[in-house]
Design a protein around this ligand. Structure first.
Ligand SMILES: [Fe+2]
Length: 236
């Protein structure tokens, strides 16, 4: 009996060529950043005021990034989806409203950690840890929807060049200092080949000094082996 799979039409090159994934790299960075903070809050010593302050600073930085990431996706990605397929961004736009509320709630708990009376910070840190875990879980689910449903909408309604155009407009709207913070998580947490591709592209479009600053910054977050591969590929 003929196997069912042989009856499938032969895949064409066009149907199998990977499409441009606007979410891939930033989401890899976000997953790593969120996981790092969740672990860090969990292990923060409730009896060490300086350690608590450093953890809260790091969490503030992540939450500020999350806020601006939501705004960028709303303004650039959702707008493009809605323009060509009205209603197609509704689910993830509603998620974003929920995330903004969750961020405010987390900031409230952070304040209670900061001002906890002696002996009370352990309970406040525990509350923060559990609420952050929920936030991270929700974001992991949300990013999966963006990478499946939203990407499909973008691929069906836009060419890859148009998607790259949306991405470039989004990236151009990010101030340099904030971009450095984002790259700190994006570049170390992509694979070696992706890192070389992204940095090669960046090298073409930025002053040599700024490029050196980015490379110097991420070097601290790469293993010796990762750095050797990157330096070899980019002839640094
Ligand atoms: Fe999102």
């Amino acid at each position: 009996m003929e196997h069912a799979i042989s009856k499938r039409p032969a895949a064409t090159a066009a149907s199998t060529a990977p499409r441009h994934d606007i979410y891939a790299f930033v989401h890899k960075g976000m997953r790593a950043w969120m996981g790092d903070l969740l672990g860090r809050v969990g292990r923060t010593d409730p009896d060490d005021v300086a350690e608590i302050a450093a953890t809260l600073d790091a969490l503030s930085e992540l939450l500020a990034f999350c806020r601006s990431h939501i705004a960028h996706e709303n303004e650039f990605v959702h707008r493009a989806m809605e323009a060509r397929r009205p209603g197609s961004a509704e689910v993830t736009a509603a998620d974003h409203v929920g995330h903004e509320n969750a961020i405010r709630e987390l900031e409230g708990i952070m304040t209670s950690v900061q001002f906890a009376a002696v002996g009370g910070s352990a309970a406040a840190l525990q509350r923060l840890y559990r609420q952050l875990a929920r936030f991270v879980a929700e974001n992991l689910e949300h990013m999966a929807v963006e990478e499946s449903h939203n990407n499909l909408v973008l691929w069906e309604t836009h060419s890859d060049d148009e998607i790259r155009g949306i991405e470039h407009a989004l990236v151009a709207s990010i101030p340099p200092a904030a971009m450095m913070g984002t790259l700190r998580w994006m570049l170390p947490w992509m694979n070696a080949r992706e890192r070389v591709t992204m940095l090669s592209g960046m090298r073409q479009g930025m002053p040599a000094e700024a490029f050196r600053a980015v490379v110097g910054m991420i070097r601290q977050h790469l293993s010796a082996d990762e750095w050797r591969k990157l330096a070899g590929a980019l002839r640094l």
